[in-house]
Write a new protein. Structure first.
Length: 364
């Protein structure tokens, strides 16, 4: 069994000691004082991730956060080995430009780029970027986008391409990326599964319980193998680990203590308007209620009451969190994209508490 890969998160929308709600159709709100996404703070988070042995940091994309390309390019100059998992939207740039930007990024950073391709789950947000395709159209275009990018990264001779949504003539890339970036891609719909099976190097899912994650993994693996491909699998989770389980759960429960019920209702109403199947599955874990948030031993859905996207946290002692990660590995997960509130401090809690146990268990 190959060792797991560990990644951290770059809070380019803002960070806080409490939950930073919003994203995916909901506005940014926080339960504690916000730390703005300014370069000096983001550099601290990136350096903490590097110091604690994370392979890369994920930088998201959307109206609600800083641009992923520019932010990580700046941070790369303040780190040495850390890679950057940069989110990009096929509806916001041409495939040739994206391929060229990735190649340039690899050259300037010494090969520290991977890409997280986001088809886009919210039509209202996509329209703000000038993209008026519906959800199925966005996934179809994503497949065409990755067809073109892949051929450019393979350094093919100048070629023409004409699809339903994208077309290029005599496209070429004089300086291909070295190494070729890995493509991370996620989605819970049937249209997303097809794109993942054909193009993803790593399929990403939000933090559903291990059995639900396994069902999704088995489906994508079967589709990929039918196309002669092997895919790795990653999961996006928050983490709260302390010396004892009681200490960790006190932190988790404290994040919701005193939160205005109207804030939860407002965020839930906004998130339920999302077109994302993955977002729907996240919301179904807690049903909008704060009364039953432990959806699997050590897996807490409280984050998803306020935050769009990844809405679950592993909560417990360092040993309990390591054991839950082992459950996910047994379900087929190869990579973990983690975060915490705040991202700076939680990188150390995990790096100093959980990581040594994973190493001792032979998982790293």
């Amino acid at each position: 069994m190959a060792p797991m890969s560990l990644h951290w998160f770059l809070p380019t929308a803002s960070d806080s000691r409490g939950i930073v709600g919003g994203g995916h159709g909901a506005r940014i709100q926080a339960t504690e004082t916000l730390r703005g996404p300014r370069l000096p703070y983001l550099v601290q988070v990136a350096q903490a991730a590097e110091y604690n042995g994370f392979e890369s940091v994920l930088s998201p994309t959307g109206l609600w956060c800083q641009d992923a390309w520019l932010t990580t390019a700046a941070i790369s100059q303040h780190t040495e080995r850390l890679k950057f998992l940069v989110a990009l939207r096929p509806g916001a740039m041409s495939p040739t430009l994206a391929a060229q930007m990735a190649a340039t990024y690899q050259d300037l950073t010494g090969g520290r780029l991977n890409v997280n391709v986001v088809a886009g789950g919210e039509s209202t947000e996509q329209r703000a970027f000038g993209d008026f395709l519906d959800k199925d159209g966005r996934y179809a275009r994503t497949g065409e986008f990755l067809d073109i990018v892949s051929r450019l990264w393979d350094h093919e001779p100048p070629f023409d391409y004409r699809g339903e949504h994208l077309a290029v003539e005599q496209a070429r890339l004089d300086f291909p990326p070295a190494p070729r970036p890995q493509v991370y891609f996620g989605g819970s719909s049937a249209a997303a599964a097809t794109v993942a099976a054909e193009h993803a190097d790593v399929f990403l899912t939000w933090g559903e319980p291990p059995q639900q994650a396994k069902e999704k993994i088995d489906r994508i693996r079967e589709l990929a193998r039918a196309r002669g491909r092997d895919v790795r699998f990653g999961i996006r989770l928050h983490t709260i680990s302390r010396e004892t389980s009681a200490q960790a759960w006190a932190v988790a429960e404290g994040m919701l203590a005193g939160v205005d019920e109207r804030m939860i209702q407002e965020q839930q109403e906004a998130l339920r308007r999302s077109e994302s199947e993955g977002q729907r599955r996240m919301l179904d874990l807690h049903g909008g209620s704060a009364t039953k948030l432990q959806v699997h031993p050590g897996l807490w859905a409280g984050v998803g009451l306020l935050r769009g996207g990844a809405g679950t946290a592993m909560v417990g002692s360092h040993r309990e969190v390591a054991d839950l990660m082992a459950e996910y590995v047994a379900a087929g997960i190869d990579e973990f994209v983690l975060s915490g509130y705040p991202c700076l401090e939680e990188a150390y809690w995990f790096g100093e508490g959980v990581r040594p146990l994973l190493e001792a268990d032979g998982l790293l």
